[in-house]
Write a protein that binds this ligand. Structure first.
Ligand code: ADP
Length: 205
């Protein structure tokens, strides 16, 4: 049986003041890492990270949920961006969403034959989104589990890359500029993957 995060970590409530409805999330790694299961569109954080496609014009999964909640103005801004390459990110306003900005990142479509290339692209998603957050002076960033839905990335491998890329960034100079990075899971398979992998990168204090 997979241990739940609450067994692995002391449950510390995240300060709700900058984070709105996030006070049920768990914080670890001196409070710099949070994990929450639920709908990313409800989070009043600095930036939420959308798992977009190269067109940036909306799609299914979390992309569809974000566009529905933001309202029709979001796609109008996205139309001006000229798309986005795999492994890269672009930033927009949030419109009706409660966050301050939306970062749209394009994950790889998983292909076992090109595993290394997929891994580098997924790592690029996390790195470029974190860079954009810092450049825009945003203090908190919440990631959806990029590529693990329609794009087919196996959840355990994707969670490992997410944790590794975020840890590398937080350990670097720009990492000090972020207050909190939150992993948002939606489906059980991703919640399970993070509960297994997160403690390896961010040991419970
Ligand atoms: P991709 O095409 O990159 O695989 P998907 O949107 O299909 O993108 O899935 C990415 C992740 O987002 C999946 O783990 C999926 O369960 C999750 N997801 C779907 N809807 C939401 C939501 N409203 N909030 C947070 N995560 C979501």
């Amino acid at each position: 049986e997979i241990p739940t995060l609450s067994l692995l970590y002391k449950l510390k409530k995240i300060d709700p003041s900058p984070l709105g409805p996030l006070n049920d999330a768990m914080a670890v790694h001196n409070g710099q890492i949070g994990i929450i299961r639920g709908d990313i569109t409800t989070l009043a954080v600095g930036a939420i990270v959308n798992a977009a496609n190269k067109s940036l014009l909306g799609g299914g999964g979390v992309d569809g949920a974000i566009h529905r909640a933001a309202g029709p103005e979001l796609v109008l801004e996205c139309q001006t961006l000229g798309g986005c390459d795999t492994g890269c990110s672009k930033i927009t306003d949030p419109y009706k969403l409660p966050c301050q900005k939306v970062i749209h990142t394009v994950g790889p479509v998983y292909n076992l034959l090109y595993r290394k290339r997929c891994e580098a692209a997924l790592r690029g998603c996390y790195h470029s989104a974190l860079q954009l957050a810092v450049q825009n002076e945003l203090k908190t960033i919440a990631f959806s589990a990029i590529s693990t839905g329609i794009y087919g990335y196996p959840s355990p491998a994707a969670a490992r890359i997410a944790c590794s890329a975020v840890k590398d960034f937080l350990d670097g100079e720009d990492g000090k500029k972020l207050d909190k990075v939150i992993f948002v899971t939606y489906e059980e398979k991703d919640a399970n993957a993070y509960s297994q992998i997160l403690p390896r990168f961010f040991p419970p204090s």
